[in-house]
Design a protein around this ligand. Structure first.
Ligand code: NAG
Length: 191
């Protein structure tokens, strides 16, 4: 949305609010935050085979794919997930950025396809904030939002568009333990 359109939208929203004061404010677009539906699926994957692991793709299910991620800001909302970057782990192939596996004691992350930005963030640090703590972690891989349900992706569905897939060391550094480990809302920024 251009600034002009944005201001116009705000003006209209303002008028609507005057008329219907119960409606919530709709000025997020003017601050670069994610608008609902701004990053839409590019398609779906419909696997032909089921795989037995709990999180694996299943026949009859449809998995959305994304080329985009929500726009980044100085403090971008994301879902942090847990990844095994080591050889033989559920992360599948070696990391995209360097063709290597990584120990889970390293603070490393994979980013959804849009944020991975064709490798633009490779080997750079991002800052992850959660629970009042802040840690740096190195981008080493893509969390593929466009492909999945195949051996290369350990039969996992495509990544959601807003994921920071982090090693155990990142979770530890943030002090997130026990049942909270696995999926956690965080914010991140380029470091
Ligand atoms: C995490 O954020 C999403 C929106 O991005 C929200 O729907 C969900 O309720 C949040 N979960 C928790 C546990 O706060």
């Amino acid at each position: 949305m251009t600034t002009t359109n944005c201001l116009l939208a705000l003006a209209i929203a303002g008028l609507v609010l005057v008329s219907f004061p119960g409606l919530s404010r709709g000025d997020d677009a003017c601050h670069g935050r994610e608008l609902a539906g701004e990053c839409k699926p590019s398609g779906t994957l419909q696997p032909k085979r089921s795989h037995s692991c709990e999180d694996c793709c299943k026949v009859g299910q449809s998995y959305p794919t994304y080329t985009c991620s929500p726009p980044t800001t100085g403090s971008t909302n994301a879902v942090m997930t847990l990844n095994d970057f080591d050889a033989g782990g559920d992360g599948g192939d070696p990391s995209e950025c360097d063709g290597k596996f990584h120990k889970n004691t390293e603070r490393v992350v994979a980013l959804s396809t849009g944020w991975y930005a064709k490798g633009r963030r490779c080997n750079k640090n991002i800052r992850i904030n959660a629970k009042g703590r802040s840690v740096l972690a190195k981008v080493v891989d893509e969390c593929d939002s466009l492909h999945g349900c195949d051996r290369e992706h350990a039969f996992q569905p495509p990544c959601r568009p807003n994921v920071v897939d982090a090693s155990q060391a990142v979770w530890d550094a943030l002090g997130i333990t026990g049942e909270e480990v696995g999926e956690y809302n965080i914010t991140w920024s380029d470091a």
